[in-house]
Every structure is written in C-alpha cells, then in structure tokens.
Design a protein. Sequence first.
Length: 281
Amino acid sequence: MEIVSSSDIAEKLCRQARQSKQIISLVPTMGFFHAGHMSLIRWAKEQSTMLVVSLFVNPAQFGPDEDFDRYPQDLERDARLAEEAGVDLLFTPEARDIYPAGFSTWVEVESFSHFLCGSKRPGHFRGVSTIVCKLLNLIRPHMAVFGQKDWQQWIIIRKMVRDLNMEVDVPGRPTVREADGLAMSSRNAYLSGEDRNSAPHVYQGLLHVRELFHSGQTKIEVLENLLLKYYRDNLPQAEVDYVRIVDAQTLGTSRQAGPGSLAAVALKLGETRLIDNILLE
Ligand code: PAF
C-alpha cells in the first residue's frame, strides 16, 4: 500500500492506473476507522482492481462551534487496517493542498442541502460536496462508495454527480451496527458511559416507528410524533434536532408514508450528535 499526501502524486498514480485499465474504486473517509468503514473498504475491494481510500478531516464541513479540533484521529492504526484490508493507495492530503490560499470555488447541491442535517449545520453539505467533487476529480474513480448511515450525504453526492455529469457510480452500502444496534460512527468515541448505554434507543426508536408503519399507521405526522414521544420517554436527556419521515430518494415530504419512505433522526446526547435512519419498507 502506498501512503500519499501530495494530491499531484495521487492524481498521477491514479491516471497511470486508469491508463493501464485498472478499475478504480474510492472510499472517501475522515479516518478513525471502525467496522462501518472497514465494510465499505472490503466491499469496494471486491469491486475493483485498484482501491483508493482517502483520509482527510475536511475543515470545510465543520461549523465554527463543531468538533473539527477534537475529531478523533489515529493515522497509524488506520494505515495498518487499510493495509490489512488490501487498500492500494491511502490518500492523506493536507488542508493547505486541498484548499490552497485563494481557494474560492464551492459546490452546493441546493435542493437537498438546507433541510434535515443541513438546517442544523449550515454550510456542512457545501463542504462535503466540494471535497467529494475535488476527490472525484483527482482520483477519477469508476466508483465512489458511501455509507447509508449518512443517507442525506449519499443522496446529495448522487445528485451532484448527475447534475455535473461526472462519470462515476455512487453505490451506498448498509449501515453497520454495534451488537446493541447503535450505528457505527467515529463520533461514538465521544459518548460518556451513561450516554453510550442509552444510545441504542436511537435505533430502537426507528425500529418502533417501522413497526407502527407495518401495522398500518401511514400518517407521517402521527408517525413523527410517536417517534418523538419514543425519544422523550426513552432518551429524556437527548436534545432532538429532528425526526422526519421523507421520501428516501428525493428527501421530499408528504402526508402519507409508503414503502419508499425513510425515517431519519438526529439528536444530541451530551455533546455528541448522533444520526441514524431506517427504510420503512
Ligand atoms: O462521511 C464522511 O466521512 C465525510 O463526510 C466525507 C464523505 C469523507 C467527506 O469529507
């Protein structure tokens, strides 16, 4: 495995790989690998002959009061895990290389970026779309793989790729969970012992709403209120950002839930913001 921090060198290696007919897949990450990352990496490995993983804690997607300065990092461990999983190129750029002085071009998928997580994190998805656009232009992979825990992010990237005619597939892979159901996230490392014990309720609430849907309740307003009630009863300490039931593909809202609906939640336990979602189907 090569570890490359220069974007010029990464670009050159990937160009050569494409010229020699390699099938390149990219897994964009911010590092501090957990089983969710590893499942994306292993799946991507099976789809390609050259596997690139980018590891970059992207300052542009953090708000001023967010956790950029304390985002967990362990490059040595990540590099070991990546090598064991058969990664060919670990791309670890520096912020000054990605955003040199004078950088002033941003990518924003307007229609999808200002609600759900976007309403609580202004500018977040602009930062995500911009870095992913840059990574896709540098690496030019045949496929870029995303986790469905960040469902809105995945939908936004797919829309960007369509709108900007970028020639890349963007498969989404299912959320990987701890044994108790908590969605894997690097931010779980921030949870206090007590919050970690109650955090599985985030997913339990989503299972509960899916059960209600399966037993015939399809009114979105009712389902959202019952989900909110579940969190008030079971996670009274949580600060709920949103509970929403939306169309999984368009993220649009309506009155009735259907098989293509997605229930999504974001809430804070202590200082830790957790997100999760479930397809009602
Ligand atoms: O999901 C993430 O880890 C990040 O948002 C991504 C896609 C690597 C962009 O920085």
